[in-house]
Design a protein around this ligand. Structure first.
Ligand code: GCW
Length: 659
């Protein structure tokens, strides 16, 4: 039975007419020059993919893989479009005689080219569109695993960790190669293998051979290994009595540690650091700044790799609005970070909510290398139940105008994008089949943020399930609406952080007694008998002022703004008139209901798609949607009941009291 293990790399047999067309431009695979390592992986993948899609008859022409250096005189035109192109770029050319040619400067470009060709065939795209140049929009396209050494995955909903630290280095699971293939197929070129709430074990001599084994296995696939570094490691495992970044012994310890790692893993990516956030150690423990801490590690690594320093901080006791803290701590440090430091910023200023306005740091630190952190695992979006396709959410952020430096995508283009992984030891890697689409979409958007969520959904669904047009015509719109449905039934109209305490699963708007104010949902909704919403205007926390004036202006007036952000920025009375004339209360209830209705519609649509999907996966998705139908009602009914306990308002005409 289909179990989803192959992800989008199933390479289902092509329909006979399509196969005939394809055979006009393909054929046996030929390699110019050396075919070891990365190019060997490209060859293997083409053999596997073409074999499954076309059978033994690979076509009448050929598929040639060639490095620019191996082009012969007269073939130079094939490389013209790659002059100055970023690392990993490649071109696919149609040659009337030879067939299909994949050209790249680096070997990894040839592997990416092989995957692009297979994707094109497997997703039924018109063949002539295949011949063009492909360039990554940003250099770093990383997964961040929040995996602990004991196998538990923080915010992981797909089983235990995929990394078997216990049995490494001797035992390398074949899954580790399939993981690297999956990443390479969408251009992901690095993985941070351990949780940002980091165990110092990963910096010990005992773990180094384990890390080396993985790095060696992934090297052919262009996946560089990074680790999260615990800032207090010199104390925890180094025998020092301080981790002060300005202390010479501490600096020497990190330098030696970096040397030790690079001696084993010459292409080690670097360190990811969560410091002075949620109880993690950091430079502020010694009265130093984030820049002091990051630059100390950057000096240890030198030009061999990168320090990625997270901007997700909140700890100040007297903060009036948690959304403001990262900007306040980091923007004054602009220009102080070393060249090999990147500051990694979550998409929004709170924490991976179903909808947040883009983080105001984007565009506000012109002299700092900024990277976007997205969360692929659905911590706050239903975890591993139902469907929430996240590309529309990420595109919303990538396309957002910062008012200072173009779009967010433009700001991060010189640097990159990180996604908190949703992988686990479940057979299908991601807990639900549709969560594979989020891993896929993350990689595709990091490669090219201008791809539409619609195109990504289409190519993913075609490769993963079926190329049938009727199927795609139904499943793609269903995916596109799924995240909005979640935002509607959980946190409509700009509400945020209403999830239950700790695990963040299910509603908890009534929670108000946790030790720190900003842990409580009541802090974020600020609802009482009169109204609801977090006032971030000048009358409230003034977080709005962290945005460029032109952007702040667009959210300043409830009468004209995009109402999807309404209660994020404004505290309003329950009978506030919405732009369509309804009261806020009526509009909120309508949104909750729309979310539930959308999930019901998804379940109905999916039920009709049984003829196009193998029974095992079809049933698994149906059952998952049944859970989401129940959860959507739970969210709506519990939320409305709670708001009514505050405002005493009746339900609008025609709305039934929830059973
Ligand atoms: O989203 C929150 C999570 C924590 C996480 C933290 C972070 C890794 O609830 O589990 O810790 O963010 O991003 O550091």
């Amino acid at each position: 039975a289909e179990d989803g293990y192959d992800l989008w790399l199933r390479y289902a047999p092509l329909e006979p007419s399509r196969a005939e067309q394809v055979r006009e431009v393909t054929g046996p695979v030929a390699i110019r020059g050396e075919a070891d390592g990365t190019v060997g992986a490209a060859l293997d993948e083409l053999e596997r993919g073409l074999g499954r899609m076309l059978g033994d008859d690979r076509g009448r022409k050929s598929i040639t893989l060639t490095r620019i250096a191996d082009l012969s005189d007269g073939e130079g035109w094939l490389a013209d479009s790659l002059v100055g192109a970023p690392e990993g770029s490649f071109a696919i050319a149609a040659d009337p005689h030879a067939g299909t040619v994949i050209v790249a400067r680096e070997d990894i470009g040839l592997l990416y080219g092989a995957f692009a060709l297979l994707r094109h065939l497997a997703s039924d795209r018109p063949l002539p569109e295949m011949a063009r140049t492909y360039r990554p929009a940003m250099p770093l396209r990383l997964l961040n695993h929040w995996d602990n050494p004991d196998g538990h995955v923080e915010r992981g909903y797909a089983g235990r960790s995929i990394f078997d630290w216990w049995h490494l280095p001797e035992k390398l699971d074949p899954e580790m190669i399939d993981y690297a293939r999956a990443n390479a197929s969408i251009g992901i070129n690095g993985a941070v293998v351990n949780n940002v709430n980091a165990s110092p074990l990963f910096l010990t001599k005992r773990y180094l051979p384990k890390l080396k084994r993985l790095a060696d296995a992934w090297r052919p696939y262009g996946v560089r290994l990074y680790i999260s570094a615990r800032f207090s490691a010199p104390k925890d495992i180094g025998g020092l009595d301080t981790a002060d970044p300005l202390d010479p012994a501490v600096r020497a310890w990190w330098r030696d540690k970096a040397d030790e790692i690079y001696a084993q893993i010459p292409d080690f990516g670097g360190f990811l650091v969560k410091a002075n956030s949620e109880g993690q150690p950091g430079p502020q423990d010694y009265g130093r700044t984030h820049a002091d801490g990051a630059n100390m590690l950057a000096a240890a690594i030198g030009d061999r790799g990168t320090v990625i320093w997270r901007a997700f901080v909140y700890s100040a006791e007297d903060e009036t609005d948690r959304a403001k803290q990262a900007y306040e701590e980091f923007v004054p440090l602009d220009g102080q970070f070393a060249n090999n430091v990147i500051v990694q910023v979550k998409n929004g200023a709170i924490d991976f909510q179903p909808r947040e306005p883009f983080h105001p740091i984007f565009g506000a630190m012109p002299n700092t290398r900024l990277m976007l952190e997205a969360q692929i695992t659905r911590e706050y979006l239903g975890q591993a139940s139902g469907i929430a396709y996240l590309a529309p959410m990420w595109s919303e952020v990538l396309d957002a105008q910062t008012g200072r430096a173009g779009t967010v995508a433009h700001v991060i283009a010189p640097v990159g994008m990180a996604g908190v992984a949703n992988t686990g030891s479940d057979r299908n890697w991601t807990g639900t089949h549709f969560d594979q689409a989020n891993w896929y979409a993350f990689g595709r958007l990091a490669w090219d943020p201008s791809l539409s969520p619609q195109q990504i959904a289409r190519e993913w669904a075609a490769q993963t399930f079926s190329r049938d047009e009727t199927f795609l015509g139904k499943v793609v719109p269903m995916m596109l609406g799924s995240r909005e449905a979640v935002a509607d039934y959980m946190t409509p109209l700009g509400l945020a952080h209403q999830m239950a305490t700790g695990h963040h699963y299910g509603p908890g708007p009534w929670v108000c007694d946790l030790a720190r104010p900003e842990w409580n949902p009541c802090y974020y909704h600020a609802a009482d008998s009169e109204g609801i919403g977090f006032d971030r205007t000048a009358y409230g926390s003034d977080a709005l002022a962290q945005y460029a004036p032109e952007i702040a202006r667009q959210w300043a007036d409830p009468a004209t703004m995009d109402e999807r952000y309404l209660l994020w920025f404004h505290h309003l009375e329950w009978d506030h008139r919405m732009q369509d004339g309804r009261t806020l209360w009526d509009a909120m209830i309508a949104r909750y209901d729309a979310g539930v209705a959308e999930v019901d519609a998804m379940a109905q649509t999916w039920a009709q798609l049984a003829p196009y999907v193998d029974p095992a996966r079809h049933r698994a998705v149906s059952e998952s949607l049944a859970i989401q139908q129940r959860e959507a009602r739970w969210w709506r009914d519990a939320s409305i009941a709670y708001w009514r306990s505050l405002n005493g308002l009746p339900l609008p005409d025609g709305v039934r009291v929830p059973e």
